[in-house]
Design a protein around this ligand. Structure first.
Ligand SMILES: [Zn+2]
Length: 202
């Protein structure tokens, strides 16, 4: 389909189809929409894309991409200085932050360990994490990494690291188990296993 298109269209459709969840057909629809936009809107979009990386830098405390360093969360004196929620990436932080009930600080690990894909411990922000724990007032590290195999491996790696270097800091993790509104008969085996392991007293 694509090779029938003029080259400038082909180029852009190919690039848009590299976004997660976007196939060539949706990419083509997006490009067609761009063609309908007034020129100044297209130019602004191009400029926004160009500036995306140059205007953002990692926050020196949490590693989240930010225009201001430290970021607004790290700079907020009303947030609990003793709680540090460790997440894999920036989007996980946004999802946790969105409902507004977590009032501690964050740390972005920069991914999950996945040795088969070449993601070893050197690729994580472990040095920055150690500095954060060494110079901050953190009393509890909450691991919010998910429950995939990579997340489990990463959680035990971070746990060992914190235990060995900062034995006074408590480590917790998000509870695992059955999501709200779900029925036991539709649960997969792994979720059930986790729910049983992390069962609570009634
Ligand atoms: Zn920050």
């Amino acid at each position: 389909m694509l090779d029938k298109l003029p080259l400038p269209l082909q180029n852009l459709v190919y690039k848009f189809s590299q976004f997660p969840g976007v196939g060539p057909k949706s990419a083509l629809r997006m490009v067609m929409e761009l063609l309908n936009w007034p020129e100044d809107k297209v130019i602004t979009l191009g400029k926004d894309i160009l500036e995306l990386k140059s205007r953002l830098k990692p926050c020196k405390y949490c590693q989240a991409l930010t225009e201001e360093d430290p970021c607004s969360i790290c700079a907020d004196p009303t947030r609990d200085e003793t709680l540090l929620c460790v997440v894999a990436d920036l989007d996980s932080m946004f999802v946790l932050e969105e409902p507004g009930f977590y009032r501690g600080k964050y740390f972005i690990l920069g991914g999950l360990l996945s040795p088969l894909d070449g993601k070893e411990s050197e690729s994580l922000n472990t040095e920055a994490l150690e500095n954060r724990l060494r110079y901050g007032q953190i009393k509890e590290v909450i691991l919010a990494l998910g429950s995939t195999v990579e997340a489990e491996n990463t959680a035990s790696y971070v746990k060992n690291l914190v235990n060995s270097k900062f034995p006074k800091i408590n480590i917790t993790r998000l509870a695992q188990g059955i999501p709200l509104g779900a029925e036991v008969k539709y649960m997969d085996k792994e979720t059930l296993r986790q729910s049983l392991n992390f069962r609570q007293k009634l």
